[in-house]
Design a protein. Structure first.
Lengths: 181, 491
């Protein structure tokens, strides 16, 4: 066995070792990446959204818009108060409801309802919406996000569980339309 | 003494660090760089070390759990001896660190230090700026209060606008469907492990390059940087008129770092810790979330961008800014270093400083936000009510009750979202006022559905009285002609 051979054999062993580590690395990388992506892949299969009871119909008088809160369906023990979510319920008439997300359609700040002027106003960048959730003024590009809702056994239910954002509105994709007065 | 020397020798034989440390300390630097202008880099490092130590101290008490974080901050403030002081040091240290990093960057830019052969030092410096801002943002989240909660909401809303992967980006950022425990945990991991790790690595490389390449010489107008000759010129400069870094230059660094630490401590004692504000309970909606000082300019920008341009500017703007910073040493790697011969560089700094300053100032006053309680807390000035008819006074009542005051000021009180109405009657005729109230427009909501005809009449009658006593209200020109022919005197 020549010295040259020995060197090349050891060099080959180094390459083999690197290859072995590469293969092990890939085997390790797959579960690591899957773990990191679990909020968007595995967990989501169970569904972030589900039907939740907001309250009895009597809690929402016709012609009024009231704040309602619910506990997010997917929570951990240590989520504390952050698992409680607020929304605005507008009862138009006996059987007609609108349930708006609390989050402004601009950047998600909590909008407040002003019954006197029948407007939702956002404290962050001055977005305003009409009582039906459609955009009135300010930076939002669209109306308030709306939850899908239904009435069962004298109770108001909404489909919720995921924070609505401009790129991903909640169940109702239509939201409020932009009115041109 | 002999014992100490023997002990030193014992360690040095094994560590072999004495010689490199001595060489580093005594390496020659150009004489003029022993200047008060060259102290900001070391001051930034000092701030980082303070943050490192105070951060560990805070981690002894802080609980990174959505349900407990706020309470643990309260305990730090009130329950642990001098916990408030450590929080204040960490908070003020953060502000000072961002400020000093920015000043350091401006100084380096104006002194042309990014030019050959220090391009990579500048690029790593840009990364250091980004991770410093990353520390500031994630740190703001760990102060888990209302501002942190809704700030995360703003972050998620921006992330959601990324084309195609937006919704996934939101879930990835929040660690789940909503802002909750998983969100705080991952921002804790970022703030305490990931970003500090990057920061330490970048600082190491940055410092190594400063030592290997030598500190940037004091720029002289007319001394041009050329790739072919620079290294030799610099070598001769340090050889000819170099002074040892220790002690000739370092004493100013030490003094300035000490001064900065003192300033942070004084601010911490005098102003105390930052927050926490209200509890991070998303069902408490009586809140006006605001970011920390160094992100206020962005907060202001977000309210001024036209809706259609917002998403592209939000997503592409930062990328363009970073690319410009990274490309700078490649575009201008040679040539004049002195700011005295680089007017565009000076103007750029001034423009950026004025823009950021203006936006920050605006964000501290938020003129774009309605004053939510103006309708019930700011009365209409008496001079606008005296000697008015019943109808006009009723209009003033409508003005308050329908919350016009939240967006429109009278006598400089009330909102600034819409124009001040002190002399609105000069600008709009009665018909135009009616149309504006009913139909809205120009960023004003329409009140047609929300006002009865009687209320509209009263409100417009009140608005018609809002003009200086010596100036007549605007009126329709054709109407004015009719009036003058029939010789009816205007009111």
């Amino acid at each position: 066995m020549s010295a040259e051979n020995g060197v090349s054999r050891r060099a080959a062993l180094v390459k083999l070792g690197v290859l072995l580590n590469g293969i092990v690395g890939v085997f390790l990388a797959v579960p690591i990446v899957r773990y990191l992506l679990s909020p968007v892949t595995r967990e989501k299969k169970f569904g972030y959204d589900s039907w939740l009871v907001l309250g009895t119909l009597e809690q929402f008088p016709a012609g009024q818009t009231r704040l309602a809160t619910y506990r997010n369906p997917l929570v951990n023990d240590w989520d504390g108060e952050t698992g409680n979510i607020a929304c605005w319920v507008r009862r138009v008439d006996d059987q007609t409801f609108q349930v708006f997300a609390i989050n402004c359609a601009h950047l998600g700040c909590p909008v407040r309802w002003f019954p006197q002027s029948s407007l939702f106003m956002c404290p962050c960048h001055g977005g305003a919406y009409y009582q039906d959730g459609s955009r009135a003024s300010g930076p939002p590009e669209r109306g308030l996000f709306q939850y899908r809702h239904k009435i069962a056994d004298g109770k108001l239910l909404i489909k919720a569980g995921e924070m609505p954002t401009p790129g991903q509105p909640v169940a109702n994709k239509t939201g409020g339309k932009r009115t041109c007065a | 003494m002999r014992l100490i020397q023997k002990l030193g020798n014992w360690f040095d034989l094994r560590l072999q660090l004495g010689t490199p440390i001595r060489e580093t300390a005594r390496h020659p630097v150009p004489r003029e760089t022993a200047s008060w202008f060259y102290v900001f880099g070391s001051a930034a490092l000092t701030c980082f070390m303070l943050q490192f130590v105070t951060g560990i101290l805070l981690a002894l008490i802080y609980v990174p759990s959505a349900g407990e974080a706020w309470n643990s901050l309260q305990t730090l403030n009130h329950g642990v001896s001098l916990g408030w002081f450590i929080r204040a040091l960490h908070g003020w240290g953060s502000n000072f660190m961002v400020a000093i990093v920015l000043i350091h960057m401006v100084q380096v830019f104006l002194f042309g230090a990014y030019k050959f052969p220090r391009e990579l030092t500048w690029i790593v410096g840009v990364f250091l700026l980004l991770v410093t801002l990353g520390m500031a943002f994630t740190g703001q989240v760990l102060r888990f209060d209302q501002d942190a909660y809704w700030g995360l909401g703003i972050g998620a809303s921006i992330a959601s606008r990324v084309p195609v992967i937006g919704p996934w980006a939101v879930n990835l950022m929040l660690g789940g469907p909503i802002i909750a425990g998983a969100t705080l945990s991952r921002f804790f991991a970022l703030h305490v492990f990931v970003i500090p790790g990057l920061l330490i690595a970048f600082v190491g490389v940055h410092l190594l390059m400063v030592l290997k390449l030598g500190i940037n010489e004091w720029p002289m107008p007319g001394r041009i940087v050329r790739r072919a000759t620079y290294l030799q010129d610099y070598h001769e400069l340090t050889k000819k008129e170099g002074v040892p870094f220790v002690p000739n230059a370092v004493w100013k660094d030490i003094f300035f770092s000490g001064f900065i630490l003192l300033a942070i401590a004084v601010c911490a004692v005098h102003f105390g810790p930052f927050g926490p504000g209200g509890q991070p309970d998303p069902t408490i909606i009586q809140t006006a979330p605001r970011p920390d000082f160094f992100f206020l300019w962005l907060y202001a920008l977000l309210s001024f961008l036209p809706p259609a341009a917002e998403t592209p500017i939000l997503l592409i703007g930062p990328a363009i800014g970073i690319v410009i910073l990274l490309a700078l040493p490649f575009v201008a790697g040679e040539g004049e270093k002195s700011w005295k011969r680089r007017p565009i560089a000076v103007l750029t700094i001034l423009l950026v400083a004025v823009s950021l300053g203006t936006l920050t100032h605006l964000a501290e006053h938020t003129p774009w936000s309605p004053v939510m309680d103006a309708w019930s807390s700011q009365p209409i000035p008496p001079q606008y009510l005296q000697g008015r008819t019943t109808l006009e006074r009723h209009g003033a009542l409508v003005f308050q009750a329908k919350q016009c005051h939240n967006c429109h000021s009278l006598d400089e009180k009330g909102g600034q979202r819409g124009p001040a109405l002190d002399s609105v009657a000069l600008r709009l005729t009665e018909d135009q006022l009616i149309r504006q109230v009913i139909q809205g427009g120009g960023n004003m909501p329409a009140y047609g559905k929300n006002l009865s005809p009687a209320e509209t009449t009263a409100l417009v009658a009140f608005l018609e009285t809002l003009h200086p006593a010596n100036q007549k209200p605007a009126r329709n020109a054709s109407e004015a002609a009719t009036l003058s022919t029939s010789e009816v005197s205007p009111r």
